[in-house]
Design a protein around this ligand. Structure first.
Ligand code: FCB
Length: 452
């Protein structure tokens, strides 16, 4: 594999999944603290109260990041640390992220910061959460505080992480916080998330006249029909509309897909929550496009299911999540985005795999994760040979962490975390990633040396 000199290698985490310190520094609960308390929602009713205790161990964690040799580290800010109550700013919460970003910079690591990785303050939820259009205002107050205090320390801003999960898993499927099952709410929530994205980008660029790059991260999963029947084609179209186009079309074309608006209208009684100017705001010009890629989808027609599709059997090898390992389909996805949607530089803001890791004599031989990472990096390298302009790759995740409704049962880290002792152990995948990055740097400095 080969990467351009300026290609950035990174690793990623998010606040609720790693920080812990749930009641410290003035933090109040988020919707995830609430959701974890509901029996049956999260594996063994795990929660993020302590998680990886990163809030107290961030200094040591930065040393791990440094040893990996990555150029950049992607983390998210916990909104309830910054605004623990409506309208009440908390400097102590902000200071944590200031210290974190400063320490990263001192070590030569570029902070890439996500504003919303799903931990909506509970006070906002109690006022209707993302379903309430006022959420846009609340988000902008929060974004402004972050931009004002941190912009000089941050290299890239990401407004939202995966509004599909926050919106559809949270408000339609009910498997993420806040656990609602109402499509009417879900499309409103998504609309307000996207609107808050667009308006935050405009705020950073116009009002605050910042030149820091900013974009949004979507999780995308290319969908394939089980057979080449007309019915399965329809199923795949609808599944693609639900998981991909409902987000790509507004962000890049300033409109929701008409076919999906029709399908959804069984549950969505009116689209009058879309106000004049909203779609222009949502399709604001960004500096890059972030993609989280894990797997493909395969579906078949089912009249009994909403939107006429259901998951189909796949004989692909799977990760510990049961997700198909599909680096070729990743290539299809990127080519399609280039054809149909955008020329913006792309960052793969997440990619990685969960496996049941075990520690043997102080080592974790996670060769399947190593393979997964190699295959996907190889795909990135090949895509760039075709001119696809992928400028960076963030491995999910630095640490084993709180994997949402799967609790601590699923380990995505390249560092193993013993949740009893909080010890971090480098898995083989961490050594391999560090070696790939070192080889890349060496080959470029050697080229430069020879060229002189
Ligand atoms: C993504 C999330 C991230 C993590 C990975 C496995 O959907 O952004 O927080 O849970 O999946």
């Amino acid at each position: 594999m080969h990467f351009d000199k300026n290609f950035t290698f990174g690793t990623a985490t998010s606040s609720y999944q790693i920080e812990g310190a749930h009641a410290e520094g003035g933090r109040t609960p988020s919707i995830w603290d609430m959701f974890c308390d509901i029996p049956g929602k999260v594996y063994k009713q795990h929660n993020g109260d302590t998680a990886c205790d990163h809030y107290h161990r961030y200094e040591a964690d930065i040393q791990h990041i440094k040893r990996l040799g990555v150029d950049t580290y992607r983390f998210s800010i916990a909104w309830p640390r910054i605004f623990p109550e409506k309208g009440k700013y908390n400097q102590e919460g902000m200071n944590f992220y200031k210290k974190l970003a400063e320490r990263l910079r001192e070590e030569g690591i570029k902070p890439a910061v996500t504003l919303y990785h799903w931990d909506l303050p509970l006070w906002a939820h109690e006022e209707g959460g993302w379903v309430n259009r006022d959420s846009v205002k609340w988000f902008l107050d929060y974004a402004k505080a972050c931009f004002t205090e941190l912009d000089s320390l941050v290299d890239s801003w990401i407004t939202h992480n995966e509004p599909w999960c926050a919106g559809f898993l949270g408000y339609h499927q009910g498997v993420h916080a806040p656990g609602h099952t109402n499509l009417d709410e879900a499309v409103k929530a998504v609309h307000h998330m996207l609107l808050s994205h667009g308006k935050a980008v405009e705020m950073l660029k116009k009002e605050l006249a910042s030149s820091t790059e900013i974009g949004i991260t979507l999780n995308l999963s290319p969908v394939y029909p089980k057979t080449d029947s007309v019915n399965d084609a329809l199923a795949a179209n609808n599944a693609d509309g639900y998981s991909n186009r409902w987000f790509l079309d507004p962000v890049f074309k300033g409109e929701y897909p008409k076919d999906m608006m029709n399908l959804f209208s069984k549950y969505v009684h009116s689209y009058d929550f879309i106000k004049e100017g909203d779609m222009e705001a949502i399709s604001v010009q960004c500096d890059f496009f972030g993609i989280n890629y894990y797997s493909r989808g395969i579906v078949e027609f089912s009249a009994a299911h909403d939107f006429m599709h259901k998951g189909a059997y796949s004989d692909y090898e799977k990760t510990g999540m049961g997700w198909d390992i599909a680096p070729n389909e990743f290539k299809d996805l990127i080519r399609r985005l280039r054809q149909e949607y955008t020329n913006l530089p792309i960052y793969i803001t997440e990619n990685g795999a969960a496996y049941d890791d075990t520690v043997e004599n102080g080592r974790v031989h996670d060769h399947k994760r190593v393979e997964y990472i190699e295959k996907h990096l190889e795909a990135v390298s090949e895509l760039n040979k075709e001119g696809m302009n992928i400028q960076g790759y963030y491995l999910w995740s630095l640490l084993d962490n709180f994997e949402w409704s799967f609790g601590y049962d699923k380990r995505f880290g390249i560092l193993y975390v013993d949740f009893e002792t909080q010890e971090r152990i480098w898995k083989d995948s961490a050594y391999r990633y560090a070696a790939i990055i070192r080889d890349h740097k060496k080959s470029h400095s050697l080229q430069e040396e020879i060229a002189q």
